[in-house]
Design a protein around this ligand. Structure first.
Ligand code: RTP
Ligand code: MG
Length: 137
């Protein structure tokens, strides 16, 4: 089966809450292979650049402040059907609405501190992965 890639970040709340290990375990058990991984503390400007698509949304300021508040764990992942399978694994944006057993249901605090990011298209996966891993790994 051909594989493709998605991009994810374990967000500050989940890193602070000590959920990095169990989240990575769930990702690997779901069949994703980690292609690239690191720990990074974004500046507010870097977070603003990453989330530029949301710049006109009311939550943009809060989102950038939150994403630069503490370290995050960005990763490039590989699997067949990676983007949509990963969105299913993490669950709905709001953990209160996420399905039982999904990463957000298990580990997120709230809508604005929702534990993990997952790219929403192959195109965005490539753009977002290159933001953190410009050499591709
Ligand atoms: P993500 O990009 O982080 O994987 O999340 P998503 O696609 O499920 O949601 P998106 O619409 O792209 O929103 C990006 C992040 O902004 C925060 N958010 N806050 N306060 C609010 O109403 C609100 N809405 C969204 C969430 O942390 C969301 O993951
Ligand atoms: Mg999104």
């Amino acid at each position: 089966m051909p594989t493709n890639r998605t991009f994810t970040m374990i967000k500050p709340d989940a890193v602070l809450d000590g959920f990095t290990g169990p989240i990575i375990q769930q990702i690997e058990e779901a069949g994703f292979r980690i292609v690239a991984i690191k720990k990074v503390h974004l500046t507010p400007e870097e977070a603003g650049k990453f989330y530029e698509v949301h710049k006109d949304r009311p939550f943009y300021g809060e989102l950038c402040e939150y994403m630069s508040s503490n370290p995050i764990i960005p990763m490039i992942l590989e699997k067949e059907n990676a983007v949509s399978d990963f969105r299913e694994l993490i669950g709905a944006t709001d953990p209160a609405k996420a399905a039982e057993g999904t990463i957000r249901k298990r580990f997120a605090r709230s809508l604005s501190s929702n534990a993990i990011h997952g790219s929403d298209s192959d195109e965005n996966a490539a753009i977002e992965g290159a933001f953190f891993f410009p050499n591709g790994n």
